[in-house]
Design a protein around this ligand. Sequence first.
Ligand code: V47
Ligand code: SF4
Length: 376
Amino acid sequence: MLILVSSNHNMNILPDHITNKDIHNIASRIIKGSRITTDDAMTLYSECELPLLGIMAGIMRRRINNNYVWYNRNFHLEPTNICIYNCKFCSYRRRSGDPDSWNYSHDEMMEIVRRFDKTDVTEVHIVGGVHPSHDIYWYGGLIKKIKLHRPSLHIKAFSAVELDYMIKKAGLSLEEGLTYLKKCGLDSIPGGGAEIFDESIREKICPEKTSSERWLHIHETSHKLGITSNATMLYGHLETYFHRIDHMTRLRDLQDKTKGFNAFIPLKYKKSNNNMGYLGEVSIMEDLRNYAVSRIFLDNIPHIKAYWPMTGKEVAQLSLFFGTDDLDGTIEDTTRIYSMAGAEDQNPAMSAGAICKLVGDTGYIPVERDSLYIKR
Ligand code: V47
Ligand code: SF4
C-alpha cells in the first residue's frame, strides 16, 4: 500500500519496502509541517527514491501553492553580452569587437520594447553582461524611458552582479544606488549571479565575480528597501550535494530575516560553447531530485520556478510532479543565454495558450500571474 492514514491521523506516505528510518522520520516531519535540517536534506539527496521525493515535494507544493501553476506574459531585454568577467560556465559573454557581440543603444532597446506595444505582456526582464562603459545613470535612464513609455510594465532588472558593478562605479552606497534605481522605475530584481555560494567552488568557476557575501547583502538591502527579488542556483558542475545544501541554507536564513524572495530557480549547468563542457550535464533524474529537495528544504520561499527555456518544455512539465509551481513566462523569443549554452529550444517562445495546455495536461491548474504572483 502506498498511502495510508493511521489512527492518530499521522499519514504514512511510505511504500512498505522503504525501511530507512531516517526517511520515515523526515517524511513524518514534512507531513506535520516542520522544517527539515541540512542533514535531512543530505539524506533526501543521497538516499531517497525519486518517486517518494516527488510525493513529499508534492505535499509541500500543495501546502504553499495548492494545485496552481503560475506563469506570466513577459519578454527579455539583454542590453549587451560584452562583459568584464569571464565565468567559466558562460556561453554568452563575448569580447568587445567580437562579431557575435552586441551592445544596444537606448533607442535600439526602446525599439524592442515598442515591438510589444500592442500585446498584453506585463513584465520586462532586463539582464546582460557587465559592460565596462555603462554606469548606473545609463541603466537608470533606460528604465525611466521604459516606464514613461509603458507605466504598467513591471521592470525586473539587473542581477546582483550588474548592480554591484554599476553602484560601485558610481561611488554610491548600496542603499543610495538601489533607491536611485527604484525611483527610475526598478520594480524587482532577478535571481542571476548567485551561481553556487560555496567560496571554494565559486573560486573555480567564476573567480572574479561578485562574492557570495556581497550577492546576499545586495538582495538583503533591496528587500529592506521594498524591492523583492528571486534567487538562482547553478548546479550540475563541480559542486556536491553539500554545496547545494549550503547554498540553500544561506538563502533560507536570509529569507527568514527579510521574506523578500519570491522564487527560487535552480539552473542546470548547460555544457555547449563554454570552458566547462568537459564536465557534461547531469541527468533529468538529477534535475527532478534537485527540484524536489529544494521545494522541501526552502519552506519559506513561496515559488520554485522551472525555467522552461533552460529545462525544455517537457522537463518543465514533468518537474511539476517534483515540487515546481512556476513556469516563468511566454518569453517571446527574446533571450539568448540558454540557446547559446545549447538548450534544445533555440528560439524560446510559448503562447499563454500553450502554457495552459502544458499545465492542464498534468491535472494542475494554470494561473496567469503578475510579477509579484498576484492572479490576473
Ligand atoms: O547567473 C549562465 C546562468 C544566469 C549558464 O530571476 C548558465 O526569474 C546554465 O539568472 N548553463 C542568468 N546556466 C539567468 C538568470 C535567470 C534566468 C531565469 C529566470 C530568472 C529570474 C533569472 O544564467 C547566470 C548563470 O547562473 N548561466 N551560463 C550555462 N552554461
Ligand atoms: Fe559575464 Fe554573467 Fe557571463 Fe559571468 S555569467 S561572464 S558575469 S555575462
